[in-house]
Design a protein around this ligand. Sequence first.
Ligand code: SF4
Length: 207
Amino acid sequence: MFPGATTELHHRNAFELLVATILSAQSTDARVNTVTPALFAKYPDARTLAAADLAVLEQEIKATGFFRMKARAIVGMASALVAEHGGEVPASMEALVELPGVGRKTANVVLGHALGVPGLPVDRHVQRVTTRLGLARGTTAEAIEAELCAQLPPDQWTLASDCFILHGRRVCRPRPLCEKCVVRTDCEFYLAQAAPVRPPVRRRRTS
Ligand code: SF4
């Protein structure tokens, strides 16, 4: 269904994808893509972003929402890159999640799409789609990530996440379009809905 699926966040390197992914929280990729061209032209690397004026930066990213918190997060992240990683984005989960504003999902996005390290980002779409399909039973993103990673070879983790995300956006929405879904015959949620309703058992009168 989704040949060549990948992140819809525009980026040219790991630094840009890290910034864009932090900005995408509670926003849309399309909205983030409207602010990042000018942002990356002005702040092309961690050093320039670490030195940004917070008040100015807030206005530059305002369209993505939660701009005060995000401005602090990306400046803090950039400062940590400069102070601890020579301005480069580290290629490990352990180091990435130590950066301000970076959780497992963001780290996996950057690892899988920009650093060549297998990663399976779990966002709300991945959670919804994989639990409906019956591929995951966990109730946290981290538990679902572990379940999905255990079922797939590492070189398919990132592509699988991208496919689940696109499926969740276009077909398996909160109100799912099951009749248009090509995997419905493999879907626990759909099969449970489609199961015939048994009529109530009638007891025979004995007197
Ligand atoms: S059949 Fe429905 S619930 Fe199952 S994956 Fe497709 S859209 Fe989602």
